[in-house]
Structure formats: C-alpha cells, structure tokens
Design a binder for this molecule. Structure first.
Ligand SMILES: O=C(O)CCC(=O)C(=O)O
Length: 483
C-alpha cells in the first residue's frame, strides 16, 4: 500500500554538533535526526561485523551463545506485536544460518505477506555482559534518568505484584537487536513515550515516522486498536483517518544513529542483515510525556475494572498493580524515581551554589541544567497534584534521611555529576560535592517531615531548597519553560 511521504529525516555529522545544539534543535523540539560519525571507535563495530560488513554470527555463537533471548517471528502477529519465543543465542544463530530466504506465498506468512524471518529483540546485553564494553553511549543521549536509576534501584518493589520475569524485563532499557534482511518491527510508539536512539552496527534499516500531532489518525474510532503494518492494506472503514497520515522516511546506513523523539509512531524494516543497539531513555525534556502516558494508561486500567470497585478492598492498589503489569511502571515507581532525581539535583545545586566551598566559576551551564531539571519535575508534580495522583498515600514514600545515607544514592549523585561535567565539557567538579551535599540534604524537609509522600510534598521540597540555596534560583525556576 502507498503511504503519503512528507520528507526525509535530517542527517547531521555528530562530530560537528555540540550538546547544546542537539538539545535546541532536536531534543527540545522533539524532532528526529540521524547522526553520523559517532561509532568509529566502538568495539561492536569491529567484533560483531565481518570484513564484508556482514553480521559476524560466528562471533556471537562462540562468545554469547548461551544467553537466553527473546526472538520474534516476523511472519506472525500476536495482538499489537509479533509472536515471540525465548531461545539461546546459539540456537537463534543456527536457525538464522539454516533459514530460507523470504519466499512469498508460502505457509509461514502473515496475512500481509511477511515471511517468518526471525528477529532477536530487546536483548539486555549491557546488563548481561557489563565487562564487555561494546560501545560508548554518545554524549547527546547520556542524560538518561531511566537507565541511571535502574543501575542502582529496582523499578518496582511491591512484593505482591513483583514477578520473576519483571526482574529481567525491567532491569534496564539498553538493547541489542539482530535480524536478517526482511525482519521488521510493526508500527508502535516507544515504551513510556521515552526517547530512543538506535545505532546500526551493520546493515541498513528503513524507518517510517509519524509526528505525534498525527498519531490519532492511526487509531480506530474507539481509539483502542492501532494500525499494525502501514505498508499492508489498511482498512479504510476501520481506520478512517489513516489516509490523511504523512510519513517521514529515513534509510539508516551502518555507522549511523537515529534519534527517535517521544511519541513518534514508527515502523522499521531491515533492508539488509542487521545488528543494532538501542536505548530508551527520558529526562527533564520529555518527563511530561512519561507522566501523560502513565495517566492515560491508569485511566484505562481503572475503567477496565470499574465494575468491581465496590467489592474491592484496595481498588486503587489494584489499579496501580495493573498499571505496572501493562505499562512497566506505575505512579509510585514514577514518583519515587522523580523524587530521587530531585534530591540528586538539589545535592548538585547545593554544591554549585557555593554553600560548601567554592565551585568552579564556569559551572553556569550545569547550574542552568540542574534548575531546568528541577523546574521540569516541579511542573510534572503540579500536574500530578491537579489530577489528585497519590492523594492520601501513606504507605509509599521516600525518606530524605534514609535516601541520603544510602550508598546507591551516593553513587547516583556521582554518576549525575560526572555526566553533566562531560556533556557540558566543564572542568572537573570536586568529588567532595557528594559528601557535602548529602550533609545538606540531611537537614532538608519538605514540610514538617523528612518523608515525601505526595506531589505537593515534592513541590514544597523543591521550592524550599531552591530559595534557600540562592536568591536568583527561585526566579530562574519559575522561568523554566518545558515545551
Ligand atoms: O530496529 C528495529 O527493528 C526497531 C527499533 C525501534 O523501534 C526503536 O528503537 O524504537
């Protein structure tokens, strides 16, 4: 089926782009871009690719063959995705090597004519092989609150709904994908409406993107089901808006990295045998996307079980458990994460303010970044408050004292400091900062207690800390504008 194409995704030499330019032109504006020249030194580009530019399947079998991975059969459909099965990497490689090329009109084709090419997806490679440094995350994508957090904390600690498999699937959002020519990913927008980046180690991919302003057009009248394959016949009676969609196109070559902004629906086809690395992530620039998705999914989960509300002891708890099961995060998880980042940013601001010794003079860009982070969290917390989210919450909270004493928090602060020094190319910030800032946090209170239960507690905490740390910080905070 023909789709309307509205243009190509811009390609830019990543070596000639500053972090500030990336933020202004792409991250803040939520626009896709392809970045070249950023993968030259990656070990993955040597070890994982043969001299002919093909995936080095033998290397995977002999080095990582025993890993268990999720493999999608691209010729089958299960609800909004392809059917998946778990197998060892060595078995996946054997089946790839045995695999027949895609033949049209054979038995194992879905209704849209896709052959049953296998596609290894969502392999948590970094978590499984932390010592093997396959790549370095480009500086543009390092302000990653999602993976930072998951490096030190678990997303979900509620024992009732914590399942064995969430341990693996929620461990991080850094993945490897491998698939033969013809493998593909159906139309979707990313988990949590996060950003993603995807780097082609070898092979070529075709991407088709739909801007968020048009995303309603790929849904049916009830906004329940979404088009699965935009290149197949799309029923006009079921998806009446589809004919109005306009797609951005991109052919991504080996050695190129694509930035996928929040909420852009996309479909991806491997035009050659391909290996890619991708991360999902969010930060202050797209935090409200994550909150809005959680709110939407929460309302859906609630509506679904509305009829048992009166006979349910803990209806709100059940809604949150279902939200976690469907979306991968619930209000408590999200709130704990943003509160933790608030404390880490306050700790950094405390150091930058000079309250403890004198910080380097040239730390202005980091200070601006930290204020922006706090402003963005504050805005989301106000939205949560206006929706009465976590109202009456007494059992889930973050204790400032306990958090400040926790070595995981200390490490998260260190990680944040080092990241901001790197991305803003600033001089070294003393490692004394964590110690002194943590001392400062110990004296902080949201209101009368050191516990943060609600979005209102969180906004108070931010307001109190910011006004105490510097006269002009409050003014800067109120001027934060998140698009
Ligand atoms: O490469 C693919 O097949 C899909 C990747 C994707 O959808 C993403 O990175 O968001």
């Amino acid at each position: 089926m023909d789709i309307n194409k509205g243009g190509q995704v811009e390609k830019v030499n990543g070596k000639e782009l500053t972090y500030g330019e990336f933020v202004n032109r792409y991250m803040e504006k939520n626009c896709p871009v392809v970045l070249t020249g950023l993968m030259d030194d990656w070990r993955a580009c040597k070890d994982w690719v043969t001299v002919n530019g093909q995936p080095n399947l033998q290397f995977f079998s002999s080095h990582f063959g025993s890993s268990k991975v999720q493999v999608a059969d691209c010729g089958t459909r299960e609800f909004t995705d392809q059917k998946r099965e778990e197998m060892r990497v060595s078995d996946f490689i054997s089946r790839w090597l045995e695999g027949s090329p895609v033949q049209p009109n054979t038995e194992n084709h879905d209704s849209n004519g896709h052959g049953s090419v296998l596609y290894l997806k969502d392999w948590h490679f970094v978590k499984e092989y932390p010592e093997y440094l396959a790549y370095i995350t480009p500086v543009f994508f390092r302000d990653d609150w999602l993976n930072f957090y998951l490096d030190y904390y678990k997303m979900h600690t509620d024992p009732d709904s914590y399942q064995q498999n969430s341990e693996i699937c929620c461990s991080d959002y850094r993945f490897v994908y491998m698939g033969a020519k013809g493998s593909w990913t159906p139309l979707h927008a990313d988990v949590f409406r996060s950003y993603s980046w995807s780097a082609n180690v070898c092979g070529k991919k075709r991407w088709l993107f739909l801007a968020p302003q048009q995303s309603h057009l790929v849904f049916d009248r009830n906004v329940k089901s979404c088009v699965y394959d935009i290149l197949a016949e799309v029923s006009e009676s079921k998806f009446p808006g589809f004919k109005k969609t306009i797609w951005l196109e991109c052919t991504q070559e080996a050695g190129e990295i694509i930035f996928v902004p929040s909420g852009w629906y996309h479909q991806v086809h491997n035009l050659e045998d391909a290996i890619s690395i991708n991360h999902n992530w969010f930060n202050a620039y797209n935090l409200s996307w994550v909150w809005n998705l959680l709110l939407r999914d929460y309302n859906e989960a609630k509506e679904y079980i509305e009829d048992i509300k009166d006979i349910c002891d803990d209806f709100e708890g059940l809604c949150q458990r279902n939200l976690f099961a469907n979306t991968g995060m619930n209000f408590y998880d999200f709130f704990t994460l943003i509160t933790c980042f608030t404390l880490a940013n306050i700790a950094l601001l405390c150091y930058l303010s000079g309250k403890y010794g004198s910080p380097p003079e040239s730390s202005l860009t980091i200070t601006q970044h930290v204020i922006f982070n706090l402003g963005s969290v504050r805005k989301v917390a106000m939205e949560m408050k206006s929706m009465h989210a976590l109202e009456g919450n007494h059992h889930c909270f973050l204790d400032i004292f306990k958090t400040s004493e926790d070595t995981r928090f200390f490490e998260l602060c260190t990680h944040l400091r080092k990241t901001y020094v790197t991305i803003h190319e600033q001089p070294y910030l003393s490692s004394e900062f964590e110690k002194s800032a943590v001392d400062y946090l110990m004296g902080l209170k949201a209101c009368s207690s050191s516990r943060i239960h609600t979005p209102e507690d969180l906004t108070k905490l931010i307001d109190n800390a910011v006004s105490e740390l510097g006269d002009n910080y409050t003014q800067q905070l109120s001027a934060v504008h998140v698009t």
